[in-house]
Ligand binder design. Structure first.
Ligand SMILES: Nc1ncnc2c1ncn2[C@@H]1O[C@H](COP(=O)(O)OP(=O)(O)O)[C@@H](O)[C@H]1O
Ligand SMILES: [Mg+2]
Length: 607
């Protein structure tokens, strides 16, 4: 779904672009949007109309020659009309809030889905280089800010702008003369505000500059205290300090004086504005409707001033909130994990086949080779250097080496969480980059170094390895992983619900479940990354036996800290700083008396 939409939304960099892109989400609720816009129009028309009623009301007061009955009927009609307008404005306001609430709920659902489905498509490197907290904040803070933006800020802005336009129109209709006066006064206000902000801005900048100088001086003198004392410069330092401190004092006084005088004046400008127009209106307007026109006009001046200040406030909050939407769009614009692989995996009975684009089928054998592979997560820090290795079909290959040697990185490259920067990795003679990622990963049963258990029952967690596995398959896998015993002793056995990453299990039990998950996947190649690090050696031996039965004739990669775990491997690769320094069986390596021998005989320890 997002692929098409993403292209439609395009890139947004400017606030206006982001806003436009956000508005396009209303396509999911066009009718609601149109109803909301209509509500805004009716609401604004009703409020403006209510103000306009002042004119006939006042005129009625001044009118002469009406009998009491006539006057009363007119009053009643006007007041009823006024009441109707207020009721209408209240109703439309309520309707508008409801509509915006509804459309925003729909839009947020779309945005959340789009964000979440995008995250499923992002490469592992994205998650490695962003903390969970910052990723979560897209769903919490940024979505919330965007919701607030659409639901309140933008709606209010639309109301203010429409109302401002309507108010100006009504003022023009009421009296061009008064409007001209207002424009002149308004221009004066704008000029005054601009000059004063310029003056006070200049003063404040000067104040900041002097404050920075004083602080810098203090900091330097504190750091250099010993030197000052050694050279007995205390008096000199104090004199220098007094000078810049006095300057700061003068500049600050000037800045605050200007603000304290101008602040209240500016704050009360709209009132002065009001009073002046009122006075001029009395002088300028004539005719029998003058009173009504003036009163209605004055009402509009209030609305005008309110709307202008609302718009400037809303403008700032919209700009702030747009940052949240922009962050969300940045995620949506992040390039997804690319997959140009064409070779697919096919399962026929118990056998697996690679199917090339031209339809040729070759059986999966499990032959994995690295040719001169270079890799680094960050450019300046190479992790694997010119690494070559091979695993023949059916071999059990072990990697040993200290923490950070690059063992996990090798597995990250086999399953293409990351791609090599130089060299190639082949899988049964096919470059792994030519294999469809899903199929490549389906062919690998992996126990990750830091595996995750999801909220759900034990059975569901094991079935995560292969969703169509039957309960019997899962139990068989649990037996292979030697997890059956402890699971049977859980309060509800296989139906026990695990919470927050299996917090109600021990670390070792979590690892047993992870192994069961890999076992149930029936993948033809198995990768165990420190899968038994928290499991006692006796249980580990039992698991090894079970897995050996399962993986007979299949390739297995084992990464382990404990050398006893890897003893029976066909080949043990000793890694150091991203390079294979020794390779051979346990006995070969002992005979070589190299690093492995030293490790094994406890001459050195793995760190
Ligand atoms: N996502 C990552 N981003 C940057 N550097 C990483 C990342 N993962 C691992 N590294 C670095 O790569 C090196 C090898 O890590 P790793 O393969 O996990 O080691 P091992 O599994 O042998 O303990 C380490 O120096 C580690 O700091
Ligand atoms: Mg590791």
């Amino acid at each position: 779904m997002p692929r098409v939409e993403l292209r439609g939304y395009g890139k947004a960099r400017t606030p206006l672009g982001t806003l436009g892109r956000l508005f396009r989400y209303f396509k999911h609720c066009r009718i609601i949007l149109i109803s909301a816009l209509l509500s805004i129009l009716v609401y604004v028309a009703a409020t403006i109309g209510a103000s306009y009623c002042m004119k006939p009301l006042v005129n009625l007061l001044e009118a002469s020659g009406l009998s009491p009955n006539e006057a009363f009927a007119k009053y009643a009609a006007l007041l009823l009309g006024l009441a109707a307008l207020y009721v209408l404005s209240a109703l439309t306001n309520y309707l508008l809030n409801r509509l915006m609430l509804e459309s925003c709920t729909v839009i947020m659902r779309h945005l959340r889905t789009e964000l979440f489905s995008k995250m499923q498509k992002l490469p592992v490197s994205y998650f490695d280089s962003n903390t969970n907290g910052s990723l979560m904040s897209y769903y919490t803070n940024d979505i919330e800010a965007t919701n607030e933006l659409l639901q309140h800020s933008i709606t209010q802005m639309l109301i203010s702008v429409t109302s401002l336009a309507g108010t100006i129109a009504m003022m023009l209709i009421l009296s061009m003369k008064l409007f001209a006066i207002m424009v002149v006064l308004g221009a004066i206000v704008v000029v005054v505000v601009r000059t004063t902000t310029k003056i006070s801005g200049r003063n404040y900048r000067a104040q900041q500059k002097h404050a920075a100088a004083v602080n810098g001086y203090i900091e330097e003198m504190i750091e250099g205290q010993k030197d000052i004392k050694v050279f007995t410069h205390e008096k000199q330092v104090l004199d220098d300090f007094s000078v810049i401190n006095d300057q700061l004092c003068q500049v600050s006084t000037k800045a605050t004086t200007v603000t304290s005088i101008l602040g209240p004046i500016l704050n009360n400008l709209s009132h002065m504005f009001y009073a002046i127009t009122c006075a001029l209106g009395v002088l300028l307007l004539s005719g029998e409707e003058a009173g009504g026109v003036l009163i209605a006009f004055l009402q509009y001046i209030r609305t005008f001033a309110d709307r202008v200040s609302q718009i400037s406030e809303q403008f700032n909050s919209i700009m702030l909130a747009l940052a949240g939407a922009e962050r969300i769009f940045a995620v949506l614009d992040t390039p997804p994990e690319v997959d140009q692989g064409t070779v697919t995996l096919e399962k026929c009975g118990g056998d697996y086949f690679w199917v090339k684009a031209d339809g040729t089928r070759t059986p999966l054998r499990g032959d994995v080779r690295f040719y001169d592979v270079d890799f680094s997560y960050v450019p300046e820090k190479p992790v694997l250097k010119d690494l070559s290795l091979y695993a023949k079909p059916g071999q059990k290959i072990a990697f040993v080496g200290s923490t950070g040697a690059g063992k996990t990185t090798i597995t990250n490259l086999i399953n293409r969480f990351y791609d090599v920067q130089a060299g190639t990795i082949t899988y049964d003679g096919v470059d792994v980059r030519d294999i469809k990622k899903d199929d490549l990963r389906r062919s690998l049963g992996m126990v990750l170094q830091d595996t995750h258990l999801f909220t759900g029952t034990v059975m569901e967690n094991i079935r995560y390895g292969r969703l169509d596995a039957s309960d019997e398959d899962c139990i068989r896998a649990a037996k292979i992983a030697n997890a059956h015993y402890f699971i049977s002793h859980l309060p509800q056995g296989y139906d026990t619900v695990l919470y927050s990453d299996g917090a109600n299990l021990s670390q070792g039990q979590r690892q047993l479940l992870a192994i069961a998950r890999a076992a149930v996947s029936e993948a033809p190649v198995l990768i165990l990354d420190e899968a038994t690090s928290s499991i006692d050696t006796r249980t580990e031996k039992l698991i090894e036996k079970g897995l050996d039965g399962l993986m007979r004739g299949r390739t297995v990669f084992v990464i382990a800290h404990r050398l006893s775990t890897v003893r029976h491997s066909d080949a043990i690769l000793v890694l150091e700083q991203g390079q294979v320094i020794e390779r051979g069986s346990h006995d070969d390596l002992l005979r070589q008396q190299g690093k492995y021998y030293q490790l094994y005989t406890n001459m050195i320890e793995l760190s």
